[in-house]
Design a binder for this molecule. Structure first.
Ligand code: PMP
Ligand code: GLN
Length: 431
């Protein structure tokens, strides 16, 4: 929306004391946004909104993605020791060498990648900062950036702040896959980047090799850079396999791979992220990082380095335990009449409201569920910028059994109340 024109009461630069002039200046601008509209016009993120409601109403929180256990004790003990006995001043800008080495060897051992820790790894304050560094460090004004919807909430504002022009590709339930025709429609001669979140939040999809090969083919043919948000790379279940796009033919020099210790170790508040990219790209990423946060807490970096070197058991057990929690939530919800979509990775599964006999849209259902039944969830439409899918609700299963059981009971209550308010026969026919 265009702001109304500024009506100056008087020139801010004439007469009066400095303070008077400042007041007059502010009055003159009161109808005009003082801040960058990209950020001024944003709502609070859906994750914060729903967690805020859950706190306020004492609800079971299956919304925002965080485990409700405290995380691996040995790694936390390491961090505590590093705070008390370690080095607590600025670490090197690109990260502690021991952590950069540990990240490079972790990706070598688990994903078959050969990365040079000194010229290809940068440590950031979470994947959020890594994404910001990639967008600000690489995008030039006017560059088109292909992005998949539903889209993780930080991408679009940061792409726009960098001057990029997002080109959206809409993925649809239940499979959320992209096709050649969808990519052909999105890529133009101005495309310079594609952003891929794999495994994907909120859909729980782990993209198969064929889809990734197709995307890699487009990246090479259009000579563009892929920014790959792979924070969920370690949270993959059953027979699904995470394959990093950087490992596909032609992608090694044109991919920025982003990871997060928060997701690897279930320590979401730690905000220790990794950027892996060829030296030329790393140079620009590090230049952006040096003015975003400059460094990341050294004690947490030291603990993550130790964790990566001693995590074999954790990386085997964590996905197995999470898959069990996923099944507990999924089975419980199905018993209560919910239609549950498959989830191969991440902390999340989705329910289809229409297929569950609920006639509300996702946002209305989530507000109803938190207020009337005491359970918080995420409406997936909040993660679409245009033409939202409005019948899908995301639930976090990285929770103790008691939390999951309470969540199932409360969601069942929310469903029953919703069905009483709007009986299922009023529903439009299912596609
Ligand atoms: N990208 C995706 C897809 C995420 O799901 C998250 C957090 N859940 C992030 C980035 C942010 O990660 P971090 O907390 O390390 O900043
Ligand atoms: N990534 C977390 C989720 O998807 C939320 C992080 C945040 O609140 N920014 O739930």
């Amino acid at each position: 929306m265009k702001p109304p024109p500024v009506r100056w009461t008087t020139s801010p630069y004439e007469g009066g004391t400095g303070l008077e002039r400042l007041v007059i200046f502010a009055e003159g601008r009161q109808n005009q946004p003082m801040a960058n509209p990209i950020f001024a016009n944003l709502p609070t993120t859906i994750f914060e909104e729903m967690s805020g409601l859950a706190r306020e109403l004492g609800a079971v929180n299956l919304g925002q993605g965080f485990p409700d256990d405290p995380g691996p004790e040995a790694i936390r003990a390491r961090a505590a020791d590093a705070v008390l006995n370690g080095y607590n001043q600025y670490p090197p800008m690109a990260g502690l060498p021991e952590l950069r080495q540990a990240v490079a060897s972790h990706y070598g051992a688990t994903q078959g990648l050969v990365l040079d820790w000194a010229s290809e790894i940068t440590i950031t304050s979470g994947a959020t900062e890594a994404l910001a560094a990639a967008f600000l460090g690489l995008i030039e004004p006017g560059d088109e950036v292909v992005v998949f919807q539903p889209v993780y909430d930080s991408y679009l504002p940061m792409i726009r702040a960098a001057g990029g022009v997002p080109k959206l590709v809409s993925l649809q339930p239940p499979h959320w896959r992209f096709t050649r025709a969808m990519l052909e429609a999105a890529f133009t001669e101005r495309t310079r980047f594609v952003v891929l979140n794999n495994p994907m939040n909120p859909t729980g999809v782990v993209f198969p090799e064929a889809d990734l090969a197709l995307l890699a083919e487009f990246c090479v043919a259009h000579d563009i850079i892929a920014i790959c948000d792979e924070v969920w790379e370690q949270v993959v279940f059953g027979n699904a396999r995470h394959r990093p796009l950087i490992g596909f033919p032609g992608m090694r020099e044109r991919t920025v791979k982003i990871g997060s210790a928060g997701k690897m170790f279930g320590l979401t508040g730690w905000k220790v992220g990794f950027l892996a990219a060829a030296p030329d790209l790393t140079h620009s990423l590090a230049r952006a990082h040096q003015f975003l946060t400059f460094t990341t807490p050294p004690n947490l970096q030291a603990a993550v380095a130790w964790g990566l070197e001693n995590a074999e058991t954790w990386f085997r057990e964590m996905p197995r335990d999470l898959a069990r929690s996923r099944d507990r939530l999924s089975d419980g919800l199905e018993r209560q009449g919910f239609a549950v979509l498959p989830a191969e990775g991440t902390y999340f599964l989705n329910i289809d409201l229409a297929a569950s006999g609920v006639a509300m849209d996702d946002r209305a259902f989530c507000l109803h569920a938190v207020r009337e039944a005491g359970v918080a969830a995420i409406p997936v439409s909040a993660l679409y910028e245009e033409q939202p899918v409005t019948n899908i609700v995301r639930l976090c299963f990285a929770k103790r059994d008691a939390t999951l059981d309470a969540g199932i009971e409360r969601l069942a209550k929310a469903r029953e109340l919703a069905r009483k308010a709007a009986p299922a026969e009023d529903l439009p026919a299912r596609a």
